[in-house]
Design a protein around this ligand. Structure first.
Ligand SMILES: C[S@@+](CC[C@H](N)C(=O)[O-])C[C@H]1O[C@@H](n2cnc3c(N)ncnc32)[C@H](O)[C@@H]1O
Length: 281
């Protein structure tokens, strides 16, 4: 085949399975058979002129290809997110949850500190929405040590999250009052930037959900719209790591499409989207 035509090709079946195996092993994501064109297109954008799919696979599985292997992960993950996605979860956080922890602290039953983990945070709308909920309760959280940790396997998504600037689509559910308090005026590209007050509460770093989270325990963990493409075996590994990272009595907030409701033992179901770790396990 002429060199210039190489890049027009689709993955063939064995190549597709080879890449799917690598994606599964690295991320837990199960790519279904009907995604062959999508995957071919995403990989093709990473190919250098004249580089074949085989060359590319060899590169990203070799020690000298580790930077490109990360860009490959960036290219194949779906980082779609927006502020206050499934608002009932944030409503619970802002009202019932904060009331519960503040009252426990007043009774001397807990420290004045709160650590919340947004697992699979993509470009940051989720951890920043959580930070906004905390700032809206600043008066009753005065003197509290607050931290929101956002993690993702995609370095590119995390770079975007660190910038903290969002297109109109990602902020559609933000109220006028919140725009005024927690966002700068949009720039000439019509991107909305979260204020430094919001950014300062959020720490962003890489983490693969297939590995234990070293930096626990967390009082509350959000896992939403992440495990949807994992198969049962990789869901179970990720869930074990999430539960291990929860403090006793901590809460897991589960997205509507995660498909993990029958895998959450020993957590206790509090609401359809909310599970609590017993005080003793
Ligand atoms: C669709 S976004 C969801 C973002 C946010 N949680 C929300 O609900 O809006 C899914 C994110 O999960 C991340 N992800 C996929 N596999 C992962 C893994 N094994 N470890 C950590 N993050 C992963 C992707 O990179 C992507 O940014």
């Amino acid at each position: 085949m002429a060199k210039g035509l190489t890049n027009l090709r689709q993955l063939d079946q064995p190549q597709f399975h080879q890449f799917c195996g690598l994606i599964y092993k690295t991320t837990g994501i199960h790519v279904s058979e009907n995604r062959m064109t999508l995957l071919s297109n995403r990989i093709r954008r990473r190919l250098q002129e004249g580089q074949s799919f085989e060359d590319y696979f060899k590169l990203i599985t070799s020690p000298q290809g580790s930077d490109e292997a990360q860009r490959f992960i960036d290219a194949i993950t779906t980082n779609e997110t927006f502020f206050f996605r499934t608002d009932a979860h944030f409503e619970w956080l802002r009202t019932q949850y904060l009331t519960e922890v503040v009252s426990a602290a007043l009774r001397g039953k807990r420290q004045r500190s709160l650590r919340i983990w947004s697992a699979g945070c993509a470009t940051g709308a989720e951890p920043y929405s959580i930070a906004i909920c905390l700032l809206e309760n600043r008066a009753r959280l005065r003197d509290w040590d607050l931290k929101v940790v956002g993690t993702d396997i995609s370095e590119h998504a995390l770079e975007e999250a660190r910038i903290g600037s969002f297109r109109a689509r990602a902020v559609e559910a933000v109220s006028q009052g919140r725009f005024r308090r927690f966002f700068e005026e949009p720039d000439e590209d019509q991107r909305w930037q979260v204020t430094s007050e919001v950014k300062d509460l959020v720490e962003l770093r890489p983490h693969n959900l297939l590995t234990p989270m070293a930096d626990g325990p967390f009082d509350c963990v959000f896992i939403r719209n992440v495990l949807i493409y994992f198969d049962k075996a990789s869901k179970q590994i990720a869930i074990r790591n999430l539960i291990d990272a929860l403090a006793p009595g901590g809460y897991l907030v589960v997205g509507p499409s995660e498909g993990i409701y029958n895998m959450l033992e020993p957590l206790e179901r509090v609401k359809p989207f909310l599970y609590q770790k017993p005080l003793t396990t």
